[in-house]
Design a protein around this ligand. Structure first.
Ligand SMILES: C[S@@+](CC[C@H](N)C(=O)[O-])C[C@H]1O[C@@H](n2cnc3c(N)ncnc32)[C@H](O)[C@@H]1O
Length: 226
């Protein structure tokens, strides 16, 4: 598996995965994309109705979404549990090359390290209000009895990894969500939107991060029958 660190346009790093010819984030800005898609359009939307949030992430990768969520949760005084699934964890030498800490206040540097050092498949306290469980598994084989308020669907692009953008996977995501739960993804593909709708999501196209007109925000709204 050949993976190398690459700089994106906002100077934050991403990982380039040679076999798929795919990067972990947008080359227009890794930090910008994560902040926009997952924090602004996901986390900040979910906390409008709850102050305890259970997050499930597809693709732990560099841990960027994780640390950004911890920082936002601290700022907004939100209690958060964060479950992140990853089939192919990054090697330590790649993690060591990531430059994310230079973008955060020093008080979060230790948390970033802890996020990476913590053991897989164990729920670990990262701070008094943020608990992390990194799940070392493929999404396809993962079974959960837990449910969540928010899903960050951050798999590789649908044309690179079609097996993760299927009706069966989105049905699984729908079942993982609590009522009024939200799923966000950077993809705005029509086929993805229609697949989500088929399994029951109410889907909205909303403004995307830099370099992308749109992204998708899907909600689990159960209809009321009187
Ligand atoms: C687009 S990157 C996610 C970036 C990540 N959210 C971050 O903040 O760095 C996609 C991630 O999904 C992981 N992945 C690929 N196939 C997977 C699968 N079948 N199940 C779980 N994770 C998978 C990859 O190894 C990669 O880390």
């Amino acid at each position: 598996m050949i993976r190398i660190v690459k700089k994106t346009l906002d100077n934050s790093n991403t990982i380039f995965f040679e076999e798929l010819n795919e990067t972990y984030h947008s080359l227009n800005g890794a930090l910008d994309e994560s902040l926009h898609v997952y924090i602004r359009k996901g986390f900040n939307e979910a906390i409008k109705i709850k102050n305890t949030i259970h997050v499930f992430e597809v693709g732990f990768g560099t841990g960027l979404n994780t640390i950004l969520t911890l920082i936002e949760a601290h700022k907004k005084n939100i209690y958060c549990t964060y479950h992140s699934i990853e089939a192919f964890p990054l090697e330590e030498n790649l993690i060591a090359q990531l430059n994310y800490k230079s973008f955060f206040n020093a008080k979060y540097h230790q948390a970033f390290e802890k996020i990476h050092q913590t053991k897989w498949n164990e729920c670990t306290k990262i701070s008094d209000t943020f608990y992390l469980n990194k799940i070392h598994s493929s999404l396809e084989s993962h079974q959960s009895t837990l449910t969540f308020d928010l899903i960050y669907f951050d798999a590789f692009a649908p044309d690179k990894q079609p097996e993760l953008w299927t009706e069966a996977i989105f049905k699984k995501m729908f079942e993982l969500l609590n009522e009024n739960g939200i799923l966000v993804t950077y993809s705005a593909k029509g086929e993805v939107r229609r697949t989500m709708q088929r399994v029951g999501f109410t889907v909205e196209r909303t403004g995307g991060p830099k370099g992308k007109r749109e992204m998708l925000q899907a909600k689990k709204i159960l209809s009321i029958t009187l």
